[in-house]
Write a protein that binds this ligand. Sequence first.
Ligand SMILES: Cc1cc2nc3c(=O)[nH]c(=O)nc-3n(C[C@H](O)[C@H](O)[C@H](O)COP(=O)(O)O)c2cc1C
Length: 182
Amino acid sequence: MSKIGIFYYSKSGSNSFLAKKLGENLGCDTIEVKPRLKSLFSIMMASLTGLSFGNKAIDIDIASFDKVIVCGPIWAGKIVSPITDLIKKYNKSLKKVYLATSCAGGDDTKDDKFGYNSGINQVKNLVSDKFIFGAAFPTTMVLSEDEKKDSNIVMKTVFNESNFNKELTERLNQFVDKVKNS
Ligand SMILES: Cc1cc2nc3c(=O)[nH]c(=O)nc-3n(C[C@H](O)[C@H](O)[C@H](O)COP(=O)(O)O)c2cc1C
């Protein structure tokens, strides 16, 4: 059986929730990625420029995993720097790479400048043929059409056990099956 590891970064909690749900379903390790500088400003600048102070050391051998799932948010159309820094540092040791992202933008805006396909393509470009697939779990999927129009509500929405609905659970189950079968 292949060894799977989930490496996640989360600022407000949705990607942490998602990573742990995936971990429960796949029965695998869930490891938090901790940036050396953790302010929103420094991570935003690092995500936009690629210049970063990197992450704190990780106490686990990434090379021991057959499949690595990276999980983190999209900020300004980019996968956040703790995740890209992790990939850049360990790229040679990675075998199969998957991306799960909880972002705000939904399926209808996935190809926009700030849409999730931009983040999926970013990870794909970093690891090239080691990339297997990526999927987004937009927080706006828990909101009504009216709520989606209110940017305050959108930015404050964080996954929890009671709002992670049937549609998201189905998406998560599909992700889990695809990881197991690839
Ligand atoms: C500074 C900042 C920029 C963001 N930019 C985007 C974006 O470009 N596209 C998007 O879909 N969501 C964007 N979001 C929303 C986050 O991706 C979303 O809230 C995500 O679920 C947060 O994950 P977390 O709770 O694990 O930190 C942004 C959030 C912040 C704080």
